[in-house]
Design a protein around this ligand. Structure first.
Ligand SMILES: C[S@@+](CC[C@H](N)C(=O)[O-])C[C@H]1O[C@@H](n2cnc3c(N)ncnc32)[C@H](O)[C@@H]1O
Length: 415
């Protein structure tokens, strides 16, 4: 049987270096190919758990990534189903180089005809650190030159560069003298689910929203409310999770591996239909509300494009007037931080959210994310969990509040 070079064990790199984490890599090739899945800071453990559910072995959280082993089916599934992945990378060649000449030579020695034809296109991105290589853009250029020079020499023709939709997207990681080449099997970042048609200010990254929900442990097993839904990212991701809708179910752009020489269409169709067959109705209501009618409208538009307009109820109502739709459930909110979305008296606003939760939402579990550390101090409730996440460039706390009825409520800060 013809085995594509990517999936033959011989072609596996001996290791992969991430600035902080190279000591964590293993060289065990017994259980499949090495994959590196990129994510956002703070979501490494939920991504590892997602991967294990898909059958990945040897999962190891890295910094903003998880490494694991798995076969081609797993790689296809990872791209289609993972909620907290940004990209699925396949390391395929490693070598050592201490200067540009030896780097160029090593890249040119790889038989690129195994991955590309002269009529194909490529894109290269690089990150470099350490003493030998200083400029990532230059490393990317050198890689591209070595590849196209090989084609020109052999065939007189060469692949073109296409930064948007290349046949092959190559990531170069150089750490000291260790050079790793990885293929990006995802193409466009996996946070681009395809359902977002309209936004109001400060929408959450879809991967962050999904990761927050997974971090709470909610699996669709109670009523769900986002009372400050903005463009609806959190309730849409919640509905997809509750209904087992694959993360890329509505994706419009091709996954990167569709363009690869070894694309196994039958396997892909198999993976997709098996995942799609698991979609089921939600067991509990999912509600989205916001005080702003533009936000409610954006949420409705996005729900429609996700095919979830009959699943998630979207309302225009201020949190102050919202009453819990059930005796118990989970509330997840991303209130304004007074950064991108400004508010007049942020301390007062956060205090009023805390007060409302205390007064009206007993029996519920509330999780809120905010970067405003000062405002958190006015919240008036003590968190039972505090998780550090990064939203864009903002360091945030994602905090859990158990809202007890009656006296148990002595959980108030300062009491
Ligand atoms: C940071 S945005 C939420 C973004 C959302 N998570 C998304 O992904 O698009 C905060 C939202 O809180 C809403 N908001 C602010 N104060 C509110 C209140 N008192 N009641 C309800 N919604 C409120 C704003 O209208 C805004 O849409």
């Amino acid at each position: 049987m013809h085995l594509h070079p990517l999936w033959s064990k011989k072609s596996l790199p001996v290791n992969y270096n991430d600035e902080m984490t190279n000591d964590k890599m293993t060289n065990d090739e017994s259980s499949g190919n090495l994959l590196i899945i990129k994510t956002l800071q703070g979501l490494e453990t939920v991504l590892a758990a997602e991967l294990e559910t898909l059958g990945a072995t040897d999962t190891q959280p890295l910094k903003r990534a998880v490494s694991c082993r798995g076969d081609r089916r797993l790689m296809y599934r990872a791209n289609y189903e993972l909620r907290t992945a940004l990209r699925v990378l396949v390391p395929f060649h490693s070598f050592r180089a201490t200067n540009e000449k030896s780097y160029y030579r090593a890249v040119r020695e790889i038989d690129w005809s195994r991955y590309l034809d002269a009529k194909d296109t490529l894109a290269v991105e690089a990150t470099v650190s350490g003493d030998y290589f200083r400029h990532s853009q230059y490393a990317a250029l050198l890689t591209k030159d070595a590849i196209v020079d090989q084609f020109r020499d052999r065939l007189g023709r060469r692949p073109d560069v296409n930064l948007e939709t290349p046949t092959l997207r190559i990531h170069v990681r150089i750490f000291g003298s260790q050079c790793d080449l990885l293929l990006d099997s995802s193409g466009d970042s996996l946070h681009k689910r395809g359902y977002r048609r309209d936004t109001v200010e400060a929408p959450l990254n879809e991967v962050l929203a999904a990761g927050m929900i997974l971090l709470t442990g909610w699996k669709g097993d109670s009523t769900f409310v986002d009372p400050m839904c903005g463009s609806g990212t959190i309730p849409i991701e919640a509905a997809m999770l509750a209904m087992d809708i694959p993360a890329q179910y509505k994706r419009e752009s091709m996954l990167g591996f569709f363009r690869w020489k070894d694309f196994d269409k039958k396997l892909w169709q198999d993976v997709k239909s098996a995942a799609d067959a698991r979609i089921h109705p939600p067991a509990f209501p999912i509600l989205a509300s916001d005080m702003d009618s533009r936000a409610r409208n954006a949420t409705t538009i996005n729900l429609m494009s996700a095919g979830l307009e009959h699943v998630v109820q979207a309302e225009k109502i201020p949190f102050e007037k919202l009453m819990p739709p059930a005796e118990t459930g989970i509330l997840i909110a991303n209130p304004p931080y007074d950064e991108r979305l400004q508010i007049e008296d942020v301390a007062d606003f956060y205090k009023s959210i805390g007060d409302r939760l205390k007064q009206n939402w007993a029996g519920w579990q509330a999780w809120l994310i905010s970067s405003n550390m000062e405002a958190w101090k006015s919240f008036g409730l003590r968190p039972s969990r505090k998780i550090t996440l990064v939203n864009g460039s903002l360091d945030c706390y994602f905090q859990k509040f158990e809202l007890y009825a009656g006296k148990k409520y002595a959980q108030v800060e300062g009491e």
